[in-house]
Design a protein around this ligand. Structure first.
Ligand code: NI
Length: 277
C-alpha cells in the first residue's frame, strides 16, 4: 500500500535511481523554512557554516520538523519501508553569483552504509534552476558498480573531500532536476550526480535528507541516527535526541557528538577533524 507515490513512480525510481518532482508542501511552507534558516543567519551575522550545515536537524526545531515531515517520510516509506532512520541532513546552499559546485560523484563512496538501500529526499526551499546550479544526474547509473573517486579538496567544491569520479562521465546522458519551493527529488545512494555554480541573483537552498531502513549498517564507526518512523529492532545506530529548543545546550551537545562520529567516518584516512567551512 503506497502512501504518496504511484506504483509507476516507485518503478521509475528503481529503474533510474532518481525521481522528481514530488510536492510535499505548499510553496509558502517551504518559504517559512527558508525564513527560519535566514532568521538564524541574520542573528549569527553569517551564512550557516561548517559542521552546522550537517545534521542540522539536531540543532534546530524547524529542521527537525522537516526530517519528520509526515509527507516526506511517507514518500521515504513508499521506497524503503516503514522502519526509517534519518542518517543525516546536509544543507546545500549556493550564494548568488558564487563559484560553489558539486563534482560528479556517488554518495556511496565514503558513507560506509551497507546495503545500499539509502534514499535522499532533496527538499527545495527556493526555486532550483539551470541558472542557480540545479543537480544533474545520470539516470540508471545507480546500477553500475561503485566507481573509483579521487579526493581534490577543491576550495569551491561543496563535498566533504571534493571527491570526484576518476573516470569519464558521459555527460550527454545527464538530466537536470528543476524544482519549485516545497518540491523534492529522490535519489539513490549510488546515483552519479553533480551540480554547477549559482549564476543567479538569489540563493539556491536545498536540504538533502538521507533516510535508511533500520536494517542498514554503518561499517566504519559506531554511528548515530534519528528514528523518524516505526521501530528499530536492529540497534545498528545509537538513536539521537530531538532538539527541544533551537541551539539549546542539549541540542548543541547532541549535535557535536553526532558530528564527531560522522566526521570520523567520512574523513577516514585523512587528517580532517571537522567539515569544511
Ligand atoms: Ni551527493
Amino acid at each position: 500500500m503506497l502512501k504518496v507515490l504511484s506504483q509507476a513512480a516507485v518503478e521509475t525510481y528503481r529503474r533510474d535511481g532518481v525521481y522528481w518532482p514530488v510536492r510535499v508542501m505548499p510553496a509558502d511552507d517551504a518559504r517559512k523554512y527558508r525564513a527560519a534558516l535566514e532568521a538564524h543567519e541574520a542573528k549569527a551575522g553569517q551564512p550557516l557554516q561548517g559542521n552546522w550545515r550537517h545534521k542540522t536537524h539536531l540543532l534546530f526545531t524547524w529542521a527537525d520538523a522537516l526530517v519528520h515531515h509526515p509527507k516526506i517520510v511517507d514518500v521515504a516509506e513508499d521506497v524503503i519501508g516503514p522502519d526509517i532512520l534519518c542518517w543525516t541532513t546536509n544543507f546545500f546552499i549556493k550564494e548568488p553569483h558564487s563559484p560553489g559546485f558539486v563534482s560528479w560523484h556517488q554518495d556511496s563512496t565514503y558513507w560506509g552504509l551497507d546495503p545500499d538501500d539509502v534514499i535522499t529526499a532533496w527538499v527545495a526551499l527556493t526555486d532550483v534552476t539551470p541558472e542557480n546550479g540545479y543537480m544533474e544526474v545520470i539516470p540508471g547509473s545507480h546500477k553500475v558498480d561503485q566507481l573509483p573517486h579521487v579526493d581534490t579538496f577543491h576550495k569551491d567544491n561543496l563535498l566533504s573531500r571534493g571527491q570526484e569520479i576518476a573516470v569519464e562521465v558521459d555527460k550527454s546522458k545527464a538530466v537536470g532536476i528543476a524544482l519549485s519551493p516545497g518540491e523534492i527529488s529522490l535519489h539513490h545512494i549510488k546515483l552519479v550526480h553533480g551540480s554547477g555554480a549559482n549564476r543567479s541573483d538569489d540563493r539556491r537552498i536545498g536540504l538533502a535528507i538521507r533516510y535508511i531502513p533500520t536494517y542498514v549498517r554503518q561499517t566504519k564507526v559506531r554511528d548515530s541516527a534519528t528514528l523518524v518512523r516505526g521501530t528499530d529492532k536492529y540497534g545498528h545506530f545509537d538513536l539521537e535526541p530531538r532538539p527541544k529548543a533551537d541551539l539549546d545546550a542539549a541540542a548543541l551537545a547532541a549535535h557535536a557528538e553526532a558530528i564527531g562520529r560522522q566526521v570520523k567516518a567520512l574523513y577516514e584516512g585523512t587528517n580532517k577533524t571537522a567539515f569544511r567551512a
